[in-house]
Design a protein around this ligand. Sequence first.
Ligand code: HEC
Length: 147
Amino acid sequence: MRTPSSARITTAAVAAAFSLFLLIVCAGSQPSASPAGGSSSGVAVTAADRTEALHIFKTRCAVCHGQEGRGNGPASVALNPKPQDYHNEAWQKATSDATIEKAIVEGGTAVGKSAAMAPNPDLKHKPGVVVALKDIIRKLGQEGSGE
Ligand code: HEC
């Protein structure tokens, strides 16, 4: 009678070693400073970035997108298409973080949308602030479309 038990033990040992390897690799690549959200590109977001992003959102984006991100800010009246309503679930699902970040920095035309969505070239060298803005938009989306 053959005993497959030693083969089984070897397999288990290999599996354990591989899990440990994955654990070490994953722990090592964890972004250091992004408690909420974060970026697929591994950009670290500081608390200062989040404060600046919130300020920019309220003073720059809300004019069109609305303070609650419903696409109904004062300047939206004159716009067609309307500014994106961040509470639109279908849009949230369809768009990627990278697309949102690109639209913010390079403007609507860079992602095939309206030129009324203006670029923000001053944020090009502030990737942490851009990711923090994206997180604000994603968070508003999680609050649903009703009120
Ligand atoms: C002058 C008005 C205006 C301002 C200011 C503005 N937006 Fe927009 N934004 C728009 C419009 C209009 C669209 C919709 C474009 C479309 O659907 O074709 C849009 C779309 C977007 C989108 C959706 C892009 C996509 O992939 O579908 C994002 C994200 C966005 N804006 C973020 C921002 C952020 C962040 C700010 C502030 C830094 C901002 N916008 C400021 C008008 C504006």
